[in-house]
Design a protein around this ligand. Structure first.
Ligand code: PGA
Length: 250
């Protein structure tokens, strides 16, 4: 099965509304007939305006997070129906920064995955080990418990096009990317786990992106690996030329 590649940009807490619309426009206009999926995830504040700017382009739109309730007295939160109404088709869930700074756990990531699926959004679930965990040879155990927790209770036909992102925490925003071999090994482990937990079709069909210091200069080496189906890009997605450079390397 050939899996369509994806390059996704996570803009994190960067860019004003005007800057977001400008960057989205540059990305959309810079893409020739790219034969892959391209996605951007602006702040919640810029989602609707970026969605309007991207209308008619091939660029997909994601939220960076959602709360699991649909609506109610949850000050400061946004829900799946709200981000969908703003134009998003995808949502990033369980990013390590959410785990590190905002108390995200396997359980809360699972609640968000379920809410995304119920709300018609494709979840992009992030998993990855810290440096200490890698050094203690715990990478596979960490990946397994993050995956098992966040996908608990789901069957193969519930997954709604689920996308996974392997993001070793030690590689995020550090300038130190995983080697192509380290990434491929981790992705192969995740794929084997999908086969064990669901079935062959899920294992072969699920896209697994690599994230962590992806730049135009290292993108080709990482993305040419057999198990790497694309990239989730932070810092380098904030500059249209760099982001387009990564897309061209696919
Ligand atoms: P980075 O971030 O590309 O800046 O390392 C990746 C991510 O957090 O998704």
């Amino acid at each position: 099965m050939t899996r369509r590649k994806m390059v996704a940009g996570n803009w994190k807490m960067h860019k004003t509304l005007a800057e977001s619309v400008d960057l989205a426009g540059r990305v959309a206009e810079g893409l020739k007939d790219a034969d892959l999926d391209v996605l951007v995830a602006p702040t919640a504040l810029a989602l609707a305006a970026v969605g309007t700017r991207l209308a008619g382009s091939m660029v997909l739109l994601a939220a960076q997070n959602i709360f699991w309730e649909e609506q109610g007295a949850y000050t400061g939160e946004v829900s799946a129906p709200l981000v969908r109404a703003a134009g998003a088709s995808h949502v990033i869930i369980g990013h390590s920064e959410r785990r590190q700074y905002f108390g995200e756990s396997e359980k809360t990531a699972g609640l968000r995955v379920a809410a995304a699926l119920a709300g018609g959004l494709v979840p992009i679930l992030c998993v990855g080990e810290t440096l200490a965990e890698r050094q203690k040879d715990q990478t596979q155990g960490v990946l397994e418990s993050q995956l098992a927790g966040a996908l608990a209770g789901l069957a193969a036909n519930d997954l709604g096009g689920l996308i996974l992102a392997y993001e070793p925490v030690w590689a995020i925003g550090t300038g130190v990317n995983a080697s192509a071999q380290q990434a491929n090994e981790a992705h192969a482990f995740i794929r084997a786990w999908l086969d064990y937990r669901f079935d062959k079709e899920v294992a072969n069909g699920t896209r697994i992106l690599y994230g962590g210091s992806v730049k135009p200069a290292n993108a080709a080496g990482l993305l040419n690996q057999s198990e790497v189906d694309g990239a989730l890009v932070g810092g380098a997605s904030l500059n249209a030329a760099d982001f387009l450079g990564i897309i061209q390397a696919v």
